[in-house]
Design a protein around this ligand. Structure first.
Ligand code: G6P
Length: 580
């Protein structure tokens, strides 16, 4: 939530910041702002997305600057609440990602001392506090006020009269790109990619002073050194590459991503051993990562016979007695606040911890004892697609490596059929969905999480109310919703639950709700019951899980496009949820 960038070097800082913010727009897109030094402080703010901005920050001059793209927490999206925030004399500019929890108390104190606030944000206390402590050295002033702040922050700060960029991190991500005569900072590595692949990932408690000639980092008042890491991603991976939307590009990358993830997980790895040796596993995750994790729990219980449950990360703390020897945090971004908090709590309770993530250097990689990367490449669309498939690939491969029941044939089938599933004709299903008031997704066993994820994709980007249900639960309430305006969507393949799923579909048909079914080659029984039958190739149950999930992603995408929605940046959402 919220993305920040900073630059100091030899280029026009405003343009570097604007391009960097475009790369971070997935973190929030209510408003954006940039400040540069030339040598006086100039500020530009805009309400709405960067890409929609009719004017631009191009008139700002100077080779040192900071920028921010916002997902509103304190105060509505508006120009006054957009960052950067300034002190009363408009000399000091601050961009902030995170939440200052004690801002109300700090604000009261500042107001009693005569400070007039210009915004409703928690952030604005920071420039005013710095101004009170400033005596010609920005870094020292920042260091002296940070102990007053409670909460989480990644901060970038500049002031008139100093060619210095000051950075601080506590609980919110911040990366420094080390270029040749220039430095670029970002909430993640994406804004750095056009300038350098050398990155320093700040630790909590770090404060840094950066000029174009070098940088120093302090932690608890002591100078520290941090390793420079090579970023694995490249700039092209983070571009649309001719696709209309990032989401479509990422859906189409899935055949490659699935194969990459499979081959990246090796039998002889500490992470796989950790899972192999666990007596019971708890997975903590949110959103799409939680849905993918549910698939893992069915696989682990069904094939490996290791008790495995998924707890939504935000609920984990409400189970104070819960202890399992291994707790796995699954997070695409590695920055989701609830997942990080749950994993820290699990560690405190004495569990071993493993992170499964896509992002090198993300916070979760420092929280967990061991890390397993899914290697899906940068995912820009707010609606997760390839990260889901890569997580499922990782889970299938882990089960394949752990169990006597080998999944090699099933995995090869998925690799073979993934490219062709991308051209499935979904036009009839889209027509049914786009006119619906509610969509119910149902499934049993492994197809229950598939239903949850299908519904999540649809509601995120089409704004049509969609719910995933275990098929057996339908009669316990949702049946009351059935009508010709509530299509029911299901994957129904010939496995042990096929007969009971067929009965469920007939019960739904008897109540006049349209049925969209994804089934193997659409046999006669399915044709009879379904209004729309979407054929799957003759693959195993595991193959059907992956292929039908991809079909449901495409169904959500095409429905949202047909409704004219902003697919990559759905209203009110952000990709990286870094606040509780
Ligand atoms: C947000 C995103 C979802 C994502 C969830 C968990 O809600 O919009 O796409 O699934 O966060 O994110 P994580 O990075 O932890 O997987």
């Amino acid at each position: 939530m919220c993305g920040i960038v900073g630059y100091t070097g030899y280029r026009e800082a405003a343009e570097v910041c604007r391009l960097g913010l475009l790369r971070l727009e997935y973190r929030g897109y209510d408003s954006y702002g940039i400040a540069t030094l030339s040598p006086s402080l100039s500020v530009y703010k805009h309400v709405g997305k960067i890409s929609d901005s009719a004017t631009s920050s191009n008139h700002l001059r100077g080779d040192t600057g900071i920028g921010h793209t916002r997902w509103a927490t304190h105060g509505v999206p508006s120009e006054k609440n957009a960052h950067p925030h300034l002190d009363a004399k408009k000399k000091i500019a601050v961009v902030h990602n995170g939440i200052i929890e004690n801002y109300a108390e700090l604000r009261r104190g500042l107001e009693e001392r005569g400070v007039v606030f210009a915004s409703d944000t928690d952030t604005e206390v920071i420039p005013h506090l710095i101004a009170e402590h400033y005596t010609k050295n920005l870094f020292q002033a920042v260091e002296s006020i940070l102990p007053m702040l409670k909460g989480s922050y990644a901060l970038l700060i500049i002031t008139e009269g100093e060619d210095t960029l000051v950075a601080a991190r506590n609980g919110s991500p911040l990366v420094l790109g080390v270029g040749d005569g220039e430095y670029v900072l970002g909430s993640d590595a994406l804004p750095l990619l056009d300038y350098t692949r050398q990155a320093v990932y700040f630790e909590d408690g770090d404060t840094a002073e950066i000029t174009r000639d070098g940088f120093t980092i302090h932690n608890k008042g002591v100078s520290v050194s941090r390793n420079i890491t090579e970023i694995e991603w490249n700039a092209d991976e983070a571009k649309k590459g001719g696709y209309q939307h990032y989401m479509l590009k990422e859906i189409f990358e899935q055949p490659e991503v699935f194969a990459n993830t499979l081959s990246s997980i090796k039998s002889k790895s500490e992470a796989v051993d950790m899972i192999r040796n666990a007596h019971a596993i708890t997975i903590v995750a949110c959103g799409t990562s939680a849905n993918a994790s549910m698939i893992f729990s069915y696989l682990m219980e069904g094939i490996c016979h290791i008790p495995t449950r998924v707890i939504l990360a935000s609920e984990f703390k409400y189970f104070p007695t819960m202890f399992t020897d291994l707790v796995i945090g699954v997070s695409q971004s590695g920055e989701t606040a609830d997942t990080l908090a749950a994993l820290k709590l699990a560690k405190d309770r004495g569990s071993q911890t493993l992170a499964i993530t896509n992002v090198l250097g993300s916070t979760i990689t420092r929280v967990a004892s061991l890390v397993l990367y899914t290697r899906a490449g940068p995912e820009m669309s707010v609606a997760a697609t390839k990260s889901f498939t890569s997580q499922v690939a990782a889970f299938l491969q882990i089960v394949n490596l752990l169990s006597d029941y080998k999944l090699e044939t099933e995995l090869s089938e998925i690799k073979r059929y993934l490219p062709e599933i991308l051209s499935t004709d979904l036009s009839k299903a889209v027509d049914l969905c786009k006119n619906a008031t509610t969509l119910l997704y149902i499934g049993r066993g492994l197809f229950y999480p598939v239903a949850l994820e299908g519904a999540l994709k649809m509601k995120e980007i089409s704004y049509i109310h969609a719910e995933g249900y275990a098929a057996g639960e339908l009669k316990h309430g949702p049946f009351a919703l059935l009508s010709p305006k509530t299509p029911v969507i299901s994957t129904c393949v010939s496995n042990c639950v096929y007969p009971v799923m067929m009965s469920n579909l007939k019960e739904i048909k008897a109540r006049n709700a349209p049925i969209i079914v994804i089934g193997k080659n659409c046999d006669k029984d399915l044709e009879d019951v379904a209004d729309v039958c979407i054929p799957l190739p003759a693959v195993s149950e595991y193959g059907a899980v992956v292929l039908s999930s991809v079909i449901l992603q495409l169904l959500a995408y095409q429905t949202a496009v047909s409704l004219g929605n902003d697919v990559d940046m759905p209203r009110n959402l952000a990709k990286s949820v870094t606040v509780e």
